[in-house]
Design a protein around this ligand. Structure first.
Ligand code: FSO
Ligand code: SF4
Length: 545
């Protein structure tokens, strides 16, 4: 196997025996083959679209399959075997559609569009088509950068899709870009252009998801979230899917079972629609990587709606439930919606009733809900604070948290920032500093949490609004610095989205992606001023200069 798609990749260069994330070799290979399969489907999908053929089932299949290969989403080999088999069937159907519509199938099609094999040969095939099959390291780097960006786009598109928001242009781009990663005639420059185009679609998909979320559940608003526990049996919901949460809250209402959020589900508390559920108690624990301890002490069933799942320990594995693209062998899976009917959480709720209430691990409250609507409502106050010099600088510290000790940098950085600065955050990166008592500036908290990682879009909207209010030409003239932490592929699309909005000088850590070749890093440095991190003291000096 060879995988280097996340920040925790072995030695910063690639996992070759087993994933640091726990992904076994067979799953890694099957994921590679699935991606290859998707590229082959995309070749026909592009041609089909030109002929006016629309296959929503193909769009959905590609979107969900990409999402299922994101770090910490699915570790279940059988699910990937099924997907590849389904994908081969879909590819053939699409080819026939093209032929029926009068399309001519090119003779020299890429192997991705023609190969076929029984399941018993999938792993052997995968060895030939993985990441390292592209020999030129710069082309490989750009192809993977694009593919990981597409995984991020797919994840956000899937959340919007669940709420019935979709855009044909996003699917068309995913398919065009997947097919382009097979095209040996594209030069590095073409791939760089495609990478930036992915960023543009990153902005679009995050805007779409923002619309889906706020139209369905209202605009996030300033909220105090309880981090203690009550004395009832309870379910812990994690991941990013708000529709799953909504249905769970409806079904647990009046059942005597409480619901708590974990990790990236915390921002659900900021939405008005969920506040009416009095069994929606609070947030339990921290970012994804702490789940091994926190799922243990939660005592009740845990429901994973998306990544990040850490391979569960035997001591609590029977309490873990997955749904959607998430999966782990031997873990119970909640079936999809059929004909628009809600998912059935009866088993989860009954299970909860047999469990003790959660063990308290902390008490108090955290404050959040500073998505664009709430911040813009406070715009006068914020603008005044900037004009009077009460706020000297904003720091966008969005992205992910992770296991590495080097991520202490972000907590230390937050603590060391001058008191006249404000942190704008989104994603699970926030857990490094959202429980520090950093105070406020004239009533404006010094950590403004917009929400999940996709709500980084909100931070861009806020920046654009400030640019307008201050009458600036360029977003980079604002007193905003970007110190972003990344872990998995959604963070890749967030980064590309910021680049496409013209944001320069983003610092990325705790390490630069292992999949960026030295030449690709140079392109990012020269054109966008991308940089890594050094020490807290040096970086603060640099940012405040
Ligand atoms: Fe975190 Fe995991 Fe939201 Fe990621 S929970 S690391 S960028 O999946 O998606 O922020
Ligand atoms: Fe390694 Fe990350 Fe790939 Fe897991 S997702 S195998 S940790 S690079």
């Amino acid at each position: 196997m060879f995988c280097y798609q996340c920040q925790e990749t072995a030695k910063g260069t690639g996992c070759t025996v087993k994933g640091v994330c726990g992904k076994p070799e067979n799953v890694a290979k099957l994921q590679d083959l699935l991606i290859y399969n998707l590229k082959g489907i995309a070749v026909y999908a592009v041609q089909a679209r030109e002929l006016g053929i629309v296959r929503p089932d193909v769009d959905k299949f590609i979107m969900e399959s990409l999402f299922s290969t994101i770090t910490n989403a699915n570790f279940d080999a059988s699910r990937f075997v099924e997907r590849i088999q389904d994908g081969l069937k879909l590819r053939e159907e699409l080819k026939q559609d093209v032929i029926k519509a009068g399309g001519v199938i090119p003779v020299n099609l890429n192997d991705a569009a023609t190969w076929t094999a029984p399941a018993s040969e999938f792993e052997a095939k995968a060895v030939l088509v993985g990441v390292l099959a592209t020999e030129n390291e710069d082309v490989r780097s750009l192809r993977e950068l694009i593919t990981y960006g597409l995984k991020g786009i797919a994840a956000y598109a899937e959340h919007a899709y669940t709420l019935e928001y979709k855009e044909a242009g996003i699917f068309a781009f995913i398919e065009k870009a997947l097919a382009a990663t097979l095209d040996d005639t594209l030069a590095a420059g073409d791939l760089v252009a495609l990478t930036l185009e992915a960023g543009k679609y990153g902005v679009e998909v995050m805007a779409l998801l923002d619309k889906a979320n706020t139209t369905s559940y209202g605009n996030p608003e300033l909220t105090k979230v309880n981090i203690g526990v009550r004395n009832n049996p309870a379910i812990l919901i994690s991941g990013h899917d708000l529709k799953d949460l909504e249905e769970l809250l409806i079904q647990t209402k009046g059942s005597g079972v409480d619901v708590y959020t974990h990790g990236e589900m915390l921002p659900a508390h900021y939405y008005p629609a969920f506040k009416k559920f009095d069994n929606f108690v609070g947030n339990y624990g921290n970012a994804w990587h702490k789940q091994v301890k926190e799922f243990e002490s939660f005592n009740g069933p845990i429901f994973l709606t998306t990544n990040c799942l850490v391979p569960p320990k035997d001591s609590y594995k029977d309490r873990v439930y997955t749904t959607g693209v998430v999966g782990f062998e031997g873990v119970k899976h909640i079936a999809e919606r059929v004909d628009g009917r809600p998912k059935d959480f009866a088993a989860l709720i009954e299970h909860a009733k047999t469990c003790p209430s959660p063990t308290e691990i902390e008490t108090g409250e955290i404050v959040g809900g500073f998505a664009h609507n709430q911040v813009i409502a406070l715009a006068d106050k914020v603008v005044d604070a900037v004009k009077t010099g009460a706020i000297k600088r904003f720091f966008v510290m969005a992205g992910c948290d992770g296991r590495m000790k080097s991520r202490d940098y972000y907590a230390d950085f937050a603590k060391a920032l001058p008191k006249d600065t404000v942190i704008l955050t989104a994603g699970c990166a926030k857990y490094q500093y959202n429980k520090l008592d950093l105070g406020d500036i004239g009533g404006i908290p010094r950590v403004l949490d917009a929400g999940q990682c996709n709500d980084s879009y909100s931070l861009a909207v806020i920046a654009l609004k400030l640019k307008e209010v201050f009458g600036l030409e360029d977003i980079n003239q604002l007193p905003i610095s970007y110190n972003i932490a990344w872990y998995e592929q959604k963070a890749v699309i967030v980064l590309l989205a910021l680049l496409s909005l013209g944001v320069k000088n983003i610092h990325l850590g705790p390490t630069l992606p292992g999949f960026l070749s030295p030449n690709v890093v140079n392109v990012l440095v020269e054109n966008f001023g991308i940089a890594g991190i050094s020490s807290v003291e040096e970086d603060i000096k640099l940012f405040m200069a």
